[in-house]
Ligand binder design. Sequence first.
Ligand SMILES: Nc1ncnc2c1ncn2[C@@H]1O[C@H](COP(=O)(O)OP(=O)(O)OP(=O)(O)O)[C@@H](O)[C@H]1O
Ligand SMILES: [Mg+2]
Length: 280
Amino acid sequence: MSDSITKMTDKPKSKLSTPSASRGTNTIAVASGKGGVGKTWFSITLSHALAKAGKKVLLFDGDLGLANIDVQLGLMPKRDLNDVIRGRLGLDKVIQPYPEGGFDIIAGRSGQAALSALPSQRLSLLRDQLLDVAHNYDVVILDLGAGVDRTVRMLSATAVRTLLVTTDEPTSLTDAYAFIKLGSTAGMSKNVGIVINQATSESEGEKTYKTLLKACENFLRLKPPMVGMVRHDKKVKESIRHQSPILTRSPNADAAEDVEKIAKIVIKDLANKAKQAASA
Ligand SMILES: Nc1ncnc2c1ncn2[C@@H]1O[C@H](COP(=O)(O)OP(=O)(O)OP(=O)(O)O)[C@@H](O)[C@H]1O
Ligand SMILES: [Mg+2]
């Protein structure tokens, strides 16, 4: 993994050259140690920003037990992951367009405890279907559940990059560190990049990242790069309350602009990964 990710702020190209030439090279997982740090909001906004930049995007609700992409966007999906897991429909049949954001969604189902405890075989099947569906997109965003359970490990390993979201709260930072530590034994951490969310300012966001980086360097000998930071912004809560994406409701909000910046970095990162995969 290259530390140069922090320097990648160039304008996005219109299309990734070989978006899904290799399996998983267009897939980004969004994870966190502690819950409630903003993964789902960030995943939605990142998908929206990537779509605005001209990419064909699929957002997958990978928080199998506590799905909430549909809740944040006020959708009432007729079909969801439950139909796939029960073997009633193929994954491609539960994709629904979200015209307001210009991207597609695979919805989970809130409160389905059974989904979070899938047998490994079913989970592998789901992963394989996801990789097949991913071929039709430039970018696939996986909104994962908090922590490092089996589902998170498998979906994160499927992705070419895992964006680990943390806030500056000590518990969130400690859990982010634990995610990296546990992930390193599961072979996940080499692709982890850090997103600091709800930062009070850009410099505070940098400071938070450095605190995490120091712990990773000292105790794990790992240097997860910073992908970006998103400022705390009351427009986030407001847009969630209105079940309307922030890039529609308040496109000039600080937090919206910060995610658009991260989207540009992600586009560059994916193009580099695709190039690496093609030459390997
Ligand atoms: N940049 C931000 N500024 C202000 N508030 C934010 C920001 N990001 C997230 N939030 C707040 O955090 C809350 C939790 O967000 P979200 O549901 O996306 O978190 P999550 O990590 O997906 O949670 P879970 O682990 O339960 O899935 C939101 O309702 C929103 O109010
Ligand atoms: Mg969530």
